[in-house]
Design a protein around this ligand. Structure first.
Ligand code: GLC
Length: 459
């Protein structure tokens, strides 16, 4: 009874204002309200976050993990879908290549090795980033790492990590023998022979001889150290059958023949050599800066006993570390370029990279982070690593790099396992590489100071 009375009074109260407004104004108001609901309210209630997919290898992912979390917390409209890829760079590259060849690649952001850029850019798989990356940020980065991300004048990759091949040595063993760290390959061989067998260090020198990209990276250092070259990117001249190149292969074979390196090096990649060194099994190791933190962790047998230096050279020659490095590219097939860029910007910012470097012991592309007091306090070898990066030797920046590297890997492997002698292997490698280059015009892929094949780069 009470309810009916209340309803009647409500009707009375509404009648007057509704009459005043008129029926057409009322329809107008309802239409506006419905529009507002469609445009703002409904999307806000139903919109799903955008998913950005990225692939990287496990160790990198575990370093990135807290940053992915932090980004998602600050950006609830973006979720990151992480795909764990294999450790070896060329296995990752194969997976990404297949994804693009099959059509719609599921990846929005590509975590890219420096050597993939010309191929991916030439294939049209990447979006150019020139309009996105501010020149002030580029100016803070190591020039060769930035240039490694360019193809035909356009920027396709924002560098995050820099990388350079380095020599790790057992500081304790060298000190006990009153010896200085070696400068040349010849000195390293002599020291190996002197110190091998001491304190469980069965081997003198560990290097990556497995048939994969790592062997090409390792080999350019020895090649440079002996004064040779692989492919001149300006003229496409091939130097693999020149005496210096054959000498470089002979040097590596000799380390096996003389028992300085285990014959297993012909099947070892970065991780196998790192673990053997970390177990105290060798006096010297060629690897990348990421090893430092791992070889100094609690369970490492060589914790606190190791030193690190720029890669060696041949006597009377100018060698250098191989320039490596990783960075972020945006897939040409991404449906969410703006969201992808927000994540790329966050990951590649100096502030993020500073914290990443502190946590991982890896090196970044920002020059100032090699000298940052907090970083140097934790990683005193960093200023030296800047030197290593700045004197780095390049793998040829050509669009057909993957095929050229594949040829080199096959013949080096044949030489290291004794299937071919060094001269025959390198002559065959040179011939196949010339055939590959034959179809190409001598064109550089970027405007970069790395014109001569083996010139040290300073940024
Ligand atoms: C490191 C380098 C990369 C190189 C790879 C070879 O990841 O950064 O440039 O291609 O090692 O294994």
């Amino acid at each position: 009874m009470r309810n009916i009375k209340a309803l009647d009074s409500l009707k009375k109260h509404l009648k007057r204002p509704l009459k005043k407004l008129g029926i057409s104004s009322l329809v107008g108001i309802l239409m506006v309200l419905s529009l507002l609901f469609q445009v703002w309210v409904r999307p806000a209630l139903t919109q799903q976050p955008v998913t950005i997919t990225i692939m990287a290898q496990g160790q990198v992912l575990s370093n990135w993990k807290p940053f992915f979390q932090e980004f998602q917390d600050k950006n609830p409209d973006i979720r990151i879908n992480v795909v764990e890829g294999p450790f070896d760079t060329n296995l990752q590259e194969n997976l990404l290549t297949s994804a693009f060849l099959l059509g719609d690649s599921p990846y929005d952001i590509l975590n890219m090795d420096i050597v993939w850029v010309p191929k991916f850019a030439a294939a049209g798989w990447l979006k150019p980033l020139d309009d996105r990356l501010p020149p002030e940020q580029i100016a803070e980065m190591i020039e060769s790492n930035v240039e490694g991300g360019r193809y035909q004048g356009k920027l396709y990759r924002v560098p995050t990590n820099s990388d350079a091949g380095v020599l790790y040595y057992r500081k304790d063993l060298l000190e006990q023998a009153g010896a200085q760290p070696p400068e040349t390959f010849q000195q390293m061989v002599a020291l190996s022979q002197q110190l091998q067998g001491k304190q469980g260090a069965t081997w003198g020198y560990l290097w990556q001889g497995k048939q994969y990209e790592g062997v090409s990276a390792m080999f350019v250092e020895v090649l440079g150290g002996f004064g040779g070259f692989w492919v001149n990117p300006d003229t496409l001249e091939v130097g693999l059958d020149q005496p210096q190149a054959i000498q470089a292969v002979e040097f590596l074979r000799d380390t096996i023949n003389k028992g300085i390196s285990p014959s297993g090096v012909s099947t070892y990649g970065e991780e196998e050599t790192r673990m053997l060194f970390q177990n105290g099994g060798s006096v010297f190791l060629r690897n990348w800066p990421y090893v430092w933190k791992l070889a100094n962790q609690e369970d490492s047998k060589v914790k606190g006993k190791i030193g690190i230096k720029v890669m060696l050279q041949g006597a009377g020659q100018q060698g250098g570390s191989c320039l490596g490095g990783w960075g972020l590219g945006m897939s040409a097939t991404t449906k969410h370029p703006e969201e992808a860029w927000r994540l790329m910007q966050y990951l590649s910012s100096k502030e993020t990279m500073r914290r990443y470097v502190l946590g991982s012991g890896e090196i970044s592309a920002y020059k100032s982070l090699f000298k940052d007091p907090e970083i140097v306090a934790k990683y005193p070898h960093f200023p030296q690593l800047l030197e290593a990066v700045q004197q780095s030797v390049l793998r040829p920046p050509i669009a057909q790099y993957a095929q050229a590297s594949d040829i080199l890997q096959r013949y080096l492997s044949a030489a290291f396992t004794g299937g071919m002698n060094s001269k025959d292997a390198m002559q065959a490698a040179a011939q196949e590489t010339r055939n590959l280059m034959g179809s190409l015009k001598p064109a550089r892929t970027s405007q970069h100071p790395r014109s001569a094949p083996n010139v040290a780069i300073r940024s």
